[in-house]
Design a protein around this ligand. Sequence first.
Ligand code: ZN
Ligand code: MN
Length: 259
Amino acid sequence: MQDDTVFAAELSWPQYHDRVRDGSVPILLPIGSMEQHGHHMPMHVDVLLPVEFGRRVASEIGALVAPPFTYGYKSHQKSGGGNHLPGTTSLDGGTLVAALRDVIKEFARHGVRQICLMNGHFENSWFIIEGVDLALRELRWDGIDGLKIVVLSYWDFVDKATIERLYPNGFTGWDLEHGGVLETSLMLALHPDLVRLDRAVDHEPASFPPYDVYPSKPEWTPASGTLSSPKEASKEKGEILLDVCVKGIVGALKPEFAR
Ligand code: ZN
Ligand code: MN
């Protein structure tokens, strides 16, 4: 238990209650996945990154960071390598939606009126929105309104100029960034002890046909599990990304959560 922590679950319940009951303190909820991220990174990249964004943003806007969702929706072949890969451990969509709905309603019961869902795993996107929609609907049935929920994915705050600076040889899109330069650079800046760049597999960006097939075809995914090469990743790029994303998220949340 720590008095000055931004992590909600490190507080005692009276400390937490004091902070949130009047609705003035936003809750930031990181949502990740357990998913393979190639040979050079651990499987909790999609959790570690939004937790750290949450920690930095929370200290700037006076928010609390909730314990993250450590499992997410199934890895899609064209954005996460696919759910067939060993280690990748996913929830059914309905499970994720129901769990998110429950947690949002619990925070509302405590008095929280501002929540930011900070996504770290592309495939969660629509299920997050469904969880938000169901929670808001059920809260309205209970006569609770006035809740504002912001949904964001940190990579959407990387602007065009930064993309051109970080990808001088061309950018293939966020979906192919699974285990690539973006995530690896951020991990090098934040958790260098968890990255083994010497084990990274260099390969051409994955190329997929403009349709999906189920059951998926494992041979479509590069053998490494990454969808683009992490070889050009660096701590410096990670620090640029960190700066751009934290500033962008703070800039978005301050006016949205102004009271
Ligand atoms: Zn990831
Ligand atoms: Mn992911």
